[in-house]
Design a protein around this ligand. Structure first.
Ligand code: ATP
Ligand code: MG
Length: 388
């Protein structure tokens, strides 16, 4: 209103100046309108406006960033526990730590450096993978490195690149390339103790400085949005004993475990940079049955099959767990192998017969797979498939 009165008054005193002001304002408005890209030829528009919904995408990215800044620890723990059994306390602790650490982001170092330790086959690698998927809701946010492949001092170049003039300097190291392409991710350093101590030391810069330097071109790649998870079963037996006899608080437990890892050849400077150590319990009883059930579900999914509600016969689970007996050394790997051996043929047959939902029934010493076309009504129809 003020602007209109000003222009009208001006028009009476200096008509030419008023016209110039009105015309310039019009030109400015048209310019701004065009600048938004709506009347530009399609080829010079932002690719996202042209091929997608740029504004919607910007909103989605903002929502995602906000969500990760304030993760819901309880919800995260609940989702991970649905996939990893028998490690509830560890999962709760991890979720709480992550929530705190995400809230304190912005420091020039990774969000967290965690170490998972404990007996083989207790879910260390499995949990790290499940955590990446549940935290970022996407499989691509996991950078997996089998550290047993970096057992020689020179093999660090496979991760951090090779200096110019050396073999391999044409391409980035595997770690620098992964973090350059996706910096907000879990970096899983599996079986960390199997890498050479020189390789261990190269990680110190990643954890202390918040970036790593690619050797081939000197580029800095940020590590400040990454979560590093080291898994190890070095000193596994001693750590299990410490965990069993432990009564004090978590900090004290972590100190004791770190001293056991020091004796198992972990360098003190590497240990001092690990924020938290989590100990995995051996799996027993119902937890083993849960793993067997999850394993069956996973195998069935590979054949596009679903387990009908309550569809695994109790006897199948009891017998498999009993067959494992007290052999805890191989952990659930043995269970997984036994289950796979028993049901693979049956799953193949069921899929061949066009089943979608199946049930597993124990018949004498065999696991019989029956398929269930009317799953909602619980009506069963036998397929011809039986496996031993
Ligand atoms: N706690 C668990 N809950 C659900 N599944 C599990 C659990 N532990 C193991 N599994 C199953 O067993 C497989 C092997 O476990 P995983 O690789 O996580 O063992 P690990 O603790 O990393 O052992 P290692 O120290 O030998 O590497 C997993 O892929 C998963 O299918
Ligand atoms: Mg493992």
């Amino acid at each position: 209103m003020g602007t209109v009165l000003f222009v009208v008054t001006l028009h009476q005193t200096a008509p030419l100046l008023a016209k110039v002001i009105v015309l310039s304002a019009c030109a400015l408005a048209v310019g701004q309108f065009l600048y938004r890209g709506q009347y530009f030829p399609r080829v010079i528009m932002d690719v996202l406006s042209r091929l997608s919904d740029k504004a919607g995408l910007e909103r989605a990215f903002e929502a995602r960033a906000k969500k990760l800044a304030t993760i819901n620890a309880e919800d995260l723990a609940r989702r991970v526990k649905a996939r990893v059994v028998g490690q509830d306390e560890t999962i709760d602790q991890i979720a709480i730590q992550l929530r705190r650490r995400f809230a304190a982001q912005g420091r020039n170092r990774p969000i967290a450096v965690f170490c998972f330790t404990g007996a083989p086959g207790t879910g260390k690698t499995h949990l790290a993978k499940a955590l990446a998927e549940e935290l970022f809701e996407d499989r691509n946010h996991l950078h997996f490195f089998d550290m047993s492949q970096y057992g020689q001092a020179f093999s660090a170049s496979g991760l951090f690149g090779s200096p110019k003039g050396y073999v391999g300097s044409q391409s980035y190291g595997a770690l620098t390339a992964a973090l350059r392409d996706m910096s907000n991710a879990i970096v899983l350093l599996d079986e960390f103790e199997k890498a050479h101590p020189e390789v261990h030391k190269r990680f110190l810069a990643a954890w202390n400085d918040g970036f790593i330097t690619e050797a081939s071109d000197g580029a800095r790649v940020s590590t400040s949005q990454a979560i590093f998870i080291l898994t190890t079963n070095a000193a596994g037996r001693r750590i299990s004993e410490i965990a069993q006899n432990h009564k004090g608080d978590r900090a004290e437990l972590t100190q004791q475990v770190k001293s056991a890892m020091l004796d198992a050849q972990f360098a003190p400077e590497v240990l001092s940079r690990i924020d938290d150590v989590f100990i995995f319990n051996p799996l027993r009883g119902l937890d083993l049955a849960r793993v067997v059930a999850l394993e069956i579900e996973r195998l069935a999914a590979q054949y596009d099959l679903k387990i009908a509600e309550g569809g695994i016969d109790v006897a199948v689970l009891v017998d498999t767990v009993e067959a494992l007996g007290d052999r805890v050394d191989g952990g659930v790997r043995d269970v997984a192998r036994a289950v796979e051996h028993q049901i693979t043929d049956g799953l193949l047959d069921a899929r061949g017969a066009g089943a979608r939902f199946i049930r597993l029934v124990k018949e004498q010493d065999r696991v019989k797979i029956v398929h269930d076309p009317l799953e909602a009504s619980g009506h069963l129809k036998d397929s011809a498939s039986t496996s031993s």
